[in-house]
Ligand binder design. Structure first.
Ligand SMILES: NC(=O)C1=CN([C@@H]2O[C@H](COP(=O)(O)OP(=O)(O)OC[C@H]3O[C@@H](n4cnc5c(N)ncnc54)[C@H](OP(=O)(O)O)[C@@H]3O)[C@@H](O)[C@H]2O)C=CC1
Ligand SMILES: CC(=O)N[C@@H](CCC(=O)OP(=O)(O)O)C(=O)O
Length: 346
């Protein structure tokens, strides 16, 4: 089968480099080019030694990368991707934004939480929110994808079966989430400095994180009514992984066994969502480097509270892996092509 050409804009960053790592072993693609503002002309192995003797890719200029590719991934800080999306759209190339610029349906939400307007309004009408398991039919025909955020991916997959079947008894949901430090990107900062985070553990942006509207957008879409969330992220002193522990009130008649069956049935054809057997608890160790989302289910009968624990690797299912899964859906490749990594055993 002829391979398609893919380009990565922002390949010097963490999510961009993770895209390159995964794409290099994808059976249906060839890398058409990689771009970074700061490293033009340098081999990627200079920046990330793991590519030594594996890839001889050299950072190129943005126009060559777009020209040489059929589909372009952008992995940039928010507010920058529209410019690249426009160039790709005008050149009839597909565009997958790993950042946040095409995730929110409503520009007012984007203005409120990101302090920026949409400059290319027409492009937002073309874009599809790329939560692979749930919006596959729309993703298939899309030319622009807004790849979901890392925390929102972990929460949306965890809550879809309950909300789509209206089993919640309250429309407010509490999310206690923890992320590894790679979630903050490559740029050095006091907040991610080793002595600051090592042997510490703290919440941040308590109830004011920019993923709040994205999470509410998905959950409300599933429930077909407004769902609100209280979302508190924490910074875990590990490199990779997200655990979201989610609390949702449910009707007293429902049993944990029935909920478990519903989740298993919902995800039976979706290999990347693993509903764990009852009694097991999701652990980020067993999803790292992989595209899996592990979901465990627990019921506090005393308070009729369902507790869903969702674990993903923020760099893979939370960013590069899901972006590649979306590309696979767009091109009709096997959905798991290039994504068959088994998590480590210990
Ligand atoms: N890390 C994660 O877990 C996740 C990240 N994301 C999203 O992916 C995107 C990238 O994140 P991440 O990789 O962590 O960030 P990094 O800070 O590690 O990388 C940012 C990249 O953007 C490039 N860049 C920065 N400013 C500009 C600019 N003005 N013009 C062109 N390129 C620029 C940098 O290139 P240069 O070499 O030129 O500086 C670098 O390649 C963000 O939108 C982030 O929110 C999504 C899900 C998870
Ligand atoms: C630990 C950490 O700092 N995480 C980042 C979220 C990860 C990320 O990059 O967010 P997107 O999914 O929107 O791209 C944060 O809280 O802003």
């Amino acid at each position: 089968m002829e391979k398609i050409k893919v380009g990565v804009i922002g390949a010097s960053g963490y999510a961009g480099a993770e895209l390159v790592r995964l794409l290099l072993s994808h059976p249906n693609v060839e890398i058409g080019g990689i771009y970074s503002r700061s490293y033009t002309g340098k081999p990627i192995s200079d920046l990330y030694p793991g590519f030594q003797n594996v890839s001889y890719l050299v950072f190129d200029d943005e126009d060559s990368v777009i020209h040489n590719s059929d589909v372009i991934f952008a992995s940039l800080p928010h507010g920058i991707s529209e410019k690249y999306a426009k160039k790709c759209f005008d050149a009839n190339k597909k565009f997958i934004d790993v950042g946040a610029d095409f995730r929110l349906y409503d520009e007012e939400d984007y203005k409120e939480w990101y302090n920026l307007p949409y400059n290319e309004k027409e492009l937002h009408k073309e874009s599809v929110y790329g939560l692979s398991e749930i919006y596959k039919d729309k993703i298939k025909d899309a030319s622009i994808i807004g790849n979901p955020g890392c925390y929102p991916t972990s929460v949306a997959l965890a809550m879809y079966p309950i909300l789509a079947n209206t089993l919640q008894s309250d429309d407010h949901i509490i999310i206690d989430a923890k992320s590894g430090v790679t979630g903050a990107g490559k740029e050095l900062s006091e907040g991610t400095h080793f002595p600051t985070i090592n042997e510490g553990f703290h919440p941040y942006k308590v109830a004011q994180h920019r993923h709040t509207p994205e999470i509410e957008q998905s959950l409300s879409d599933f429930a077909k009514k407004d769902i609100t969330v209280t979302f508190v992220p924490h910074l875990l002193p590990v490199n990779r992984g997200i655990i979201s522990t989610i609390y949702c009130k449910v009707n007293p008649e429902i049993t944990l066994e029935a909920i478990h069956k519903l989740y298993c049935d919902t995800y039976i054809d979706h290999k990347f969502v693993r509903v764990l057997p009852l009694e097991k608890v999701s652990d980020l160790k067993y999803v790292t480097y992989s595209n899996y989302c592990d979901i465990s289910l627990h019921l506090d009968k005393r308070t009729n509270t369902l507790i869903v624990v969702s674990a993903i690797d923020n760099m893979v299912k939370g960013a590069a892996g899901q972006a590649i899964q979306n590309m696979n859906i767009m091109y009709g490749f096997e959905e798991d092509a290039g994504l068959n990594y088994i998590p480590p055993s210990f």
